[in-house]
Design a protein around this ligand. Structure first.
Ligand SMILES: NC(=O)c1ccc[n+]([C@@H]2O[C@H](COP(=O)([O-])OP(=O)(O)OC[C@H]3O[C@@H](n4cnc5c(N)ncnc54)[C@H](OP(=O)(O)O)[C@@H]3O)[C@@H](O)[C@H]2O)c1
Length: 303
């Protein structure tokens, strides 16, 4: 073009940045690869990302919008699990400002906003199994599926050492996805008569004879032997607290909603220490989720 050429120049319009709808299929493809069910997707113009041997997956940020970058940052610890690594556990609790996860009678519909519900379904889709305690199974009668997002349902795992759960509960009868009821190996045949042998996972050493809580460290290798390595402990408070107290949680999502429940069911309840200086202060990140605030705690920081 010479200096006197007054024709408008052809400037290319800025390309629209990619959003969550382009990110989510990439997340699912990464998980399928981890499960040995497909190749790692190649980075493309429609899904630009990088995989670094030490730092795992990163998005090629200028191509993605803010919402996608934020969601990827939140999910990255789950996505970075190596295909053949050890068991890795993420827990979650949605709680009120005063630390409750449900009313005293057990109503928890809904402590948090819809963004958190979507987040739970995303975590279910990215993990091999979703685990809940018997109290949650009995009170909520949940389905534990991924019906709010695309993605496979996880294995549904119920921890019910005292075999109090009714076989008519949805997770044990709807056949939408496989379910395992966890009990001590000594009660396996009793459990099999209640819910069918294919739905029972008897764990040697789960219950000691001291009347104490289940030994969750005994559960993890048994799940791993079934190919269930990336585990999501969804609740309730007693179960998540037991996992944390026994050192079985790598990452914890605590989502705080601006609501006061007052003398409800407690969230995290840990043994505690006498001096403030001895209280753990895990590395933490904060994410806004609608009106709620999600604390992402790294309970097993790299040495
Ligand atoms: N806000 C959230 O993020 C969230 C998430 C999940 C659940 N919840 C709510 O949390 C509550 C349940 O949590 P939780 O801490 O109480 O328990 P939990 O961790 O779900 O389950 C463990 C406890 O449930 C007891 N349990 C066993 N069978 C039961 C039955 N048939 N009925 C009632 N309890 C039974 C167990 O007693 P034994 O050891 O004697 O068997 C054990 O103490 C529910 O109200 C649920 O709606 C909230």
């Amino acid at each position: 073009m010479n200096a006197f050429d007054l024709r408008p120049t052809m400037t290319s319009a800025p390309r629209a940045r990619l959003g969550v709808e382009a990110l989510w299929p990439l997340c699912l493809a990464i998980v399928r690869h981890r499960r040995g069910m497909g190749p790692l997707p190649a980075a493309e113009a429609t899904q630009p990302f990088t995989r670094h041997p030490a730092n795992g997956f990163t998005l090629d940020e200028p191509a993605w919008d803010e919402e996608a970058v934020e969601l990827f940052a939140l999910l990255k610890p789950v996505l970075d699990r190596p295909p053949d690594g050890r068991t890795w556990v993420i827990g979650q609790l949605g709680q009120s400002l005063d630390g409750c996860i449900a009313t005293r009678g057990g109503d928890s519909n809904f402590v948090n906003g819809p963004e958190l519900l979507l987040h739970l379904h995303r975590l279910r889709a990215l993990c091999d199994a979703v685990i809940v305690g018997a109290g949650t199974a009995a009170i909520d009668n949940p389905q534990l599926t991924t019906r709010r997002v695309a993605g496979e349902h996880p294995m549904r795992v119920l921890i019910d050492p005292s075999l109090r759960l009714a076989p008519t509960l949805r997770v044990l009868s709807d056949r939408q996805a496989p379910t395992l009821l966890v009990c001590d190996a000594s009660r396996e045949s009793e459990a099999a008569q209640r819910v069918g042998p294919e739905q029972v996972l008897g764990v040697p050493g789960l219950m000691k004879n001291d009347g104490g809580p289940p030994d969750l460290r005994a559960l993890l290798p048994v799940l791993q032997a079934r190919g269930l390595r990336v585990l999501f402990v969804e609740g309730g408070g007693i179960t998540v607290s037991r996992f944390v107290a026994q050192g079985c949680i790598d990452r914890l999502h605590l989502s705080v909603a601006p609501v006061l429940i007052g003398s409800g069911r407690p969230g995290l309840s840990l043994p505690g220490t006498a001096a403030m200086r001895d209280c753990p202060r895990p590395p933490a990140r904060v994410f806004r989720m609608g009106a709620d605030v999600l604390w992402d705690l790294d309970l097993r920081p790299a040495p």
